[in-house]
Every structure is written in C-alpha cells, then in structure tokens.
Design a protein around this ligand. Structure first.
Ligand code: COA
Length: 330
C-alpha cells in the first residue's frame, strides 16, 4: 500500500504587525498581562480587503512549487478553517478557482485548532486507498475581522492572529511518510470555546438584537481550555509515540498547535524535554487556529530545523473540544 509524504510546505502571513502596545489603544489591557499569560508579543492582522482564500493561495503557491508540481497536478483540496471567505460555500472552492485548478474535489473542514491534523488524516486515507496521488492541504484563518476588539472581548482578542500555511501531500513507496494520525473529540465542552452565530437553533439565525449582544463573537472559558489542553496534549502525543513504538527521545521536533506559550511550556515539562525540541512562534503570530501548525511546520523547515529522516510529532487541541496528533518521518 502507498504511504503519504509531505513534499511541499509554504506559509504566508499579512505584513501588518499588531503589537500588544497597539492593542492597548482599543481595550483595557497591557503588554505585561498578555506576555505573562500567553507569551504573545505581536500578531499579524489584515488591514486591507482580502479573504482567507487569498492568504491560502499565497501559501499554496509556495508549497506546490516546493513539491515540483503545478496547480493542475493537484487532485484534491482540503481546507482547514473556521473563517472561510463566506458562510458558505467554503474557501477550498475559492482556491480551486483562483489557482486555475481543474474541477477537482475541494472542501473545508471546520475543526478549529485541530483541523490541520484532521485534514492530514483525511488526506492520508485518500492517498493510501489510491483514490488520489496529490493533495493540497491548507490551514488558513482571518480571525482579526471576527473578534471583539474591545475590553468586552479582550480575553479572546489578544490571542488570535491571521495567516496561512499549506502542504502538498503525495503518494510514496518510501520510508519518509506520515506514520500515524489520531483524532479525538468531546462535544460536551463545545461551549467552552465557541462562536454562536449564525445559529440554526434560532429563526432567523441572526438578528440585530443578537448582534448587539455580541453573540457573533467567539467566547471562551480560558481556564477550562487551559486545564483540558495541558492534559490532552501530552496524552495525544503519547498516543502517537506508542502507536509507532517511539520514545520521547526519538522525536527530533515537536510541533504543537500554537495556543499559548504557557500551555506549550507545560507540555514540554510534562514530556521532560527542553523548549529547543518544541517549536514555538506564538510570540510573533499569536494563535492562528487552523493555520498555526502548517505555518510552524513551514517556518521550521525554512529555518533548517527539519532534516531528512527526522521524526516529527504534530499535536493540536482546541474548540470542540477536539484534539489530535500526527507522527511523521520526514
Ligand atoms: N488584558 C487584561 N486583563 C484581562 C485580559 C486582557 N487581555 N483578558 C482577561 N483579563 C482579566 C479578566 O477579566 C480577569 O479580571 P478579573 O479578575 O477582574 O475578573 C483577569 O484578567 C484574570 O482573568 P483569568 O481568566 O482568570 O486569567 P487567566 O490567568 O486564566 O488567563 C487566559 C486567561 C485566556 C490567558 C488563560 O486562561 C488561557 O491562556 N487559556 C487558554 C486559552 C487558549 O489557549 N485558547 C485557545 C485554545 S486553542
């Protein structure tokens, strides 16, 4: 049976840098509060009319070029995002159109921060069954236009950033491949990290009153998210290691979803590893939800932190709650 290899990576973040100091203009917060609790110094927020699919195209162009392919070679697009250009259809079809691809299958998955690893798992199944050979998997978000940038929304607003990452996945007979993926969910915690509108539970699904009450903005119980994340990250990482008879020491680089530097540090401590083997760029980009792992993976590759034969563990936790991991031999 064929296996699935990552043959191209790419990322793109908007030029506009928003520092913690900049946020002090819009809400009652401080650089000290944000850095101490999250490790974030700055994030990128779009400042022009541009869609999530536009960020995605820029990241995808790099990934496709690195793979030595052209857009016409792509047979399936999977787009991990919470913030598609429109409520529907998803942004995968925008990418298909903007990149001039054939009328291939293209769909979005809405699994928040775990979506990229869920997407890896889906792509892996499509390739292993022989249905397609070349998949474009994107994680991209524009969070900045959907959050409450005021004191009311400050707990969420300071965390999130915009950006895109993409990978090309191809069929291989070699040893460099996805070794395993594991996915989990626990819907009873859905309302600990969610955005309610538009909602099928109400008629109409959105009204002026609902908007005035701020029900369109993401809401979070930060403490519960933190508490669950620091348990689920190590758990799902160990699941990936055990499935492949690997030990923590066999792993060259851990690439966690960039939720919060304090969560990442906690997980590193639990695993007994130094932060040198735990990739972090949240200081510069904040939490970019579905985009955070592919941005981190691409950046780590560009910085020479990933070499042929390396063992990588990707891990994510987020809204749902959902959590997931992937083991990869590069
Ligand atoms: N700036 C200043 N003060 C803020 C603030 C901000 N941006 N956001 C919240 N506060 C205030 C709160 O209103 C609260 O004030 P009060 O005590 O007067 O009510 C105070 O800071 C403490 O809030 P609390 O929620 O107890 O802080 P915390 O120590 O739990 O830290 C988070 C808050 C959000 C940083 C933390 O819970 C966290 O990181 N959770 C995980 C979040 C996450 O990773 N989400 C994405 C997962 S994919």
């Amino acid at each position: 049976m064929k296996k699935t290899k990552i043959t191209g990576v790419g990322y793109y973040v908007p030029d506009n840098i928003v520092t913690n100091k900049d946020l002090e203009k819009y809400m009652d917060t401080s650089d000290d509060w944000i850095v101490e609790r999250t490790g974030i110094n700055e994030r990128r927020w779009v400042n022009e009319k541009i869609g999530t699919s536009d960020l995605a195209v820029k990241a995808s162009e790099k990934a496709i070029e690195m793979a030595g392919l052209t857009p016409k070679d792509i047979e399936l697009i999977i787009f991990a995002t919470l913030t598609s250009d429109y409520n529907f259809p998803g942004s995968a079809v925008q990418v298909q159109d903007k990149m001039g691809m054939d009328t291939i299958g293209a769909f979005d998955i809405k699994v928040a921060c775990s979506a990229f690893i869920y997407g890896l798992s889906i792509a892996d199944q499509f390739i292993k069954t022989g249905q397609v050979n070349n998949v474009l998997l994107i994680g991209a978000e524009i969070q900045s236009t959907g959050i409450d940038v005021s004191t009311r929304g400050r707990d969420m607003a300071v965390l999130f950033g915009d950006g895109a990452g993409a990978v090309v996945l191809q069929a291989t007979d070699g040893d460099s491949a996805i070794l395993s993926t594991h996915m989990h969910s626990q819907g009873k915690f859905a309302q600990y990290l969610w955005a309610e509108l538009p909602t099928s539970l109400e008629n109409p699904c959105m009204s002026h009153e609902m908007l005035d009450a701020g029900r369109q903005f993401p809401q979070m119980n930060g403490r519960e998210v933190f508490k669950n994340a620091v348990v689920r990250f190590p758990e799902v990482i160990m699941e990936a290691l055990n499935a492949n008879n690997l030990k923590v020491d066999d792993v060259d680089l851990f690439i966690p979803h960039q939720a919060n530097l304090r969560i990442t540090q906690f997980v590193a401590k639990r695993l007994g590893i130094g932060m040198d083997r735990m990739y972090s760029n949240i200081e510069r980009y904040g939490n970019t939800t579905g985009a955070s792992i592919p941005i981190a993976l691409s950046e780590a590759y560009d910085n020479g932190k990933i070499n042929d034969g390396d063992i990588l563990i990707l891990a994510a936790f987020g809204s749902g709650f959902t959590w997931a991991s992937a083991a990869i031999r590069w």
